[in-house]
Write a protein that binds this ligand. Structure first.
Ligand code: NDP
Ligand SMILES: O=CC(=O)O
Length: 291
């Protein structure tokens, strides 16, 4: 079976490498062509456009940066829509809002294709290790067809029903994660400014009821001011923005998430958007200094 893959960024590259190493016949496309090189060395073919990939493949997976890119890769010239038809599937694993996902779903299904949204929880390392959590919704038959690929890319897949539910679940999770990262950053600054050793704070946190993999993974690198991107901050801010919009739609007051979003926006305005989302710590440090 031929599978397509659009978008070889931090996540897409790791996910597609796992697929090809597990024996999938892959055709890949990326806006920046040079990012296809490693995949080609492993045996992948290159499609010159998203449409060319879809034409060749039974189903095509996308892992793209944000809603506007997810839409343009489907709707623009040489996009997915030009070749999608009955018997072909499109699986968007990017993190987008339910409205974007629904627009794509309607366009794909109106041409006879089938659609699944399948955003993932888990970052660069889980992607490399095939340990993502997959939050799928849409066409159940396509979900069943994609299970062998999901089992390679992830440790657990959920089928959440109608299109939009996968997107919403992902945004709820990332809204919590972004708020936690801000509280964690404030805690690290507070410990430091009040004369405590931040390394000891990490040890204490890790032994208690709020121990978690994110604090364990990010704490030591944040203390070293190392923000090598696993999850780019600009994407976390996009997720906070989309989650707050979901809150608006449902009249859910989220002052904690709104404050966290402001910190991520501030970090972007300071030019930190391409660093890891833990670089929001720098914003918290700066705000402390200016007071
Ligand atoms: N990194 C993480 O930890 C996680 C990320 N996600 C989500 O997965 C998605 C991808 O994330 P990640 O891999 O980190 O992001 P990257 O920024 O590393 O990759 C983004 C991808 O989108 C492509 N792209 C960007 N702009 C355009 C455009 N105008 N036209 C066509 N292609 C474009 C990039 O192409 P090019 O190479 O040419 O720039 C690249 O392939 C995002 O929605 C993110 O929120 C979900 C879970 C974890
Ligand atoms: O979206 C990011 C993640 O770590 O999950």
């Amino acid at each position: 079976m031929e599978v397509g893959f659009l978008g070889l960024g931090i996540m897409g590259k790791a996910m597609s490498i796992n697929l090809i190493r597990s024996g999938f016949k892959l055709t890949v496309w990326n806006r920046t062509l040079s990012k296809c090189d490693e995949l080609v060395e492993l045996g992948a073919s290159i499609g010159e456009t998203p449409a060319a990939v879809v034409k060749k493949c039974n189903y095509t997976i996308a892992m793209l940066s944000d809603p506007s890119v997810a839409l343009s890769v489907v709707f623009d010239k040489d996009g997915v829509l030009e070749q999608i038809c009955h018997g072909k599937g499109y699986i968007d694993m990017s993190t987008v809002g339910a409205d974007t996902s629904s627009k794509i779903s309607e366009a794909i299904t109106s041409k006879g294709g089938s659609f699944l949204e399948a955003p993932v929880s888990g970052s660069k390392k889980p992607a490399e290790d095939g340990q993502l959590v997959i939050l799928a919704a849409g066409e159940k038959a396509l979900y069943d067809e994609a299970i062998p690929a999901f089992d390679i890319m992830g440790k657990k897949s959920f089928f959440l029903g109608q299109v939009g539910n996968g997107a919403k679940m992902k945004l709820v999770v990332n809204m919590i994660m972004g708020s936690m990262m801000n509280a964690f950053s404030e805690g690290l600054v507070l410990a430091d400014r009040s004369g405590l050793n931040p390394h000891t704070l990490l040890d204490v946190l890790d032994l208690g009821g709020i121990a978690n993999p994110m604090f364990r993974l990010k704490g030591p690198t944040m203390i070293q001011n190392n923000y090598s991107p696993a999850f780019p901050l600009k994407h976390q801010q996009k997720d906070m923005r989309l989650a707050l919009a979901l809150g608006d739609e449902n009249a859910v007051s989220m002052p904690v998430a709104a404050a966290a979003n402001e910190a991520f926006k501030k970090a972007r305005s300071l030019g930190l958007g391409d660093l890891d989302f833990s670089a929001v710590y720098e914003t918290v440090k700066t705000l402390e200094h200016s007071s």
